[in-house]
Ligand binder design. Structure first.
Ligand code: TRP
Length: 335
């Protein structure tokens, strides 16, 4: 039996932060080494164009995300690691799927509906500022998934609907033409750690409360010092469960270290001291990858080469699948 295929995309907008690391990158790097599954990880740069019309940002983010994943030890021999835009079969498949995806289904997509609702509330035309890219976003995502016959798609809650749409589109295609697509399933990553940000809310670029993953050690220390705390003095017992400092500690520490820090909180550790230890803990985990990251950022040719090799491997699958799909819909040499 062939291996289970697990696939996930990373939209290339923004610079990776600690929340991305704990929630997505660290578990993915572990998964990349698992020889019992075939994982596919890719830079979703065509998806980035939906949200971001700044070419420099898209370019820079692709470079930073690729360097980050490689620096953290992604196993690119075992897992597939590639850039969406290098797989020309993906946009080709997107078009064919567009011709099989009901517009009514896309009308129900959350991202599109949210944009329409915001327009209505602002008294604008419902489609003001809505591009075909935003509207068709779930079809592109379906092509990413169906292209590689991936069965399992680990996603956050906000993406489940898109995976269900991919499944719907695949089912319809299989029924109308030929049984070419595996029906994908969303695997809800509910147990993945959601890291708190500087203000105690979920760490997220949109809240502007992030700690960059690969800033310098000095920047890391500075950011940690900005984590919100209360006014309790040294010696006064502190509530660990109500503290972002503790919560971030728990994402990096061993079980013993977590228990110990909990006692320290009960014993009234000073905020400054807790933050100092937090910095040391995180820095110990990140300092070696940070150096590799810097070396990679200084050697973009190497990153590009790894991506090209990944694309070459991925295209062995996508070229075959696309030719089946073309054949199924009647696009083939005249004979
Ligand atoms: N849209 C996803 C996000 O914003 C990223 C993504 C693109 C993706 N293609 C995918 C995730 C395919 C899973 C499978 O998070």
């Amino acid at each position: 039996m062939s291996k289970q295929r697990v696939l996930t995309g990373i939209t290339t907008t923004g610079t990776p932060h600690l929340g991305n690391y704990v929630g997505a990158i660290r578990p993915a790097v572990v998964a990349s080494r698992d020889e019992s599954v075939q994982s596919f990880f890719f830079l979703a740069d065509y998806h980035a164009l939906i949200k971001c019309q700044d070419p420099e940002l898209v370019r820079q983010s692709s470079k930073e995300i690729a360097a980050t994943w490689l620096a953290l030890g992604l196993d690119t021999e075992n897992a597939m690691f590639y850039r969406q835009s290098d797989i020309s079969e993906i946009p080709e498949l997107t078009w064919i799927l567009c011709c099989n995806a009901a517009k009514g289904l896309m009308n129900r997509a959350h991202a599109y509906k949210a944009a329409v609702q915001a327009n209505e509330e602002a008294g604008e035309d419902p489609d003001f500022g809505v591009t075909m890219g935003l509207f068709s976003y779930p079809v592109l995502m379906a092509a990413d998934i169906l292209m590689f016959n991936a069965g399992q798609i680990p996603v956050g809650r906000d993406q489940i609907q898109h995976v269900e749409m991919a499944r719907d589109i695949a089912q319809r295609f299989n029924h109308n033409f030929a049984d070419v697509f595996t029906l994908p399933e969303a695997v809800l990553e509910d147990d993945v750690a959601v890291l708190q940000g500087l203000d105690g809310r979920k760490m997220s670029k949109s809240y502007n409360n992030t700690i960059p993953l690969f800033g310098s050690a000095k920047q890391l220390r500075k950011a940690i010092n900005k984590i919100k705390t209360n006014l309790l003095e040294p010696g006064e017992p502190k509530d660990a469960d109500d503290s972002a400092v503790f919560q971030i500690w728990a994402a990096f520490a061993s079980a013993d270290q977590v228990a110990e820090m909990r006692r320290e909180f009960e014993n009234g550790i000073a905020w400054g001291e807790a933050k100092k230890r937090l910095f040391e803990l995180i820095d110990a985990e990140l300092s070696a990858p940070r150096e590799r990251y810097q070396a990679l950022m200084d050697d973009p040719g190497h990153i590009e080469q790894v991506l090209q090799q990944g694309a070459e491997r991925a295209r062995e699958h996508s070229a075959q699948l696309l030719s089946k799909v073309r054949e199924a819909v009647g696009i083939s040499p005249i004979s």
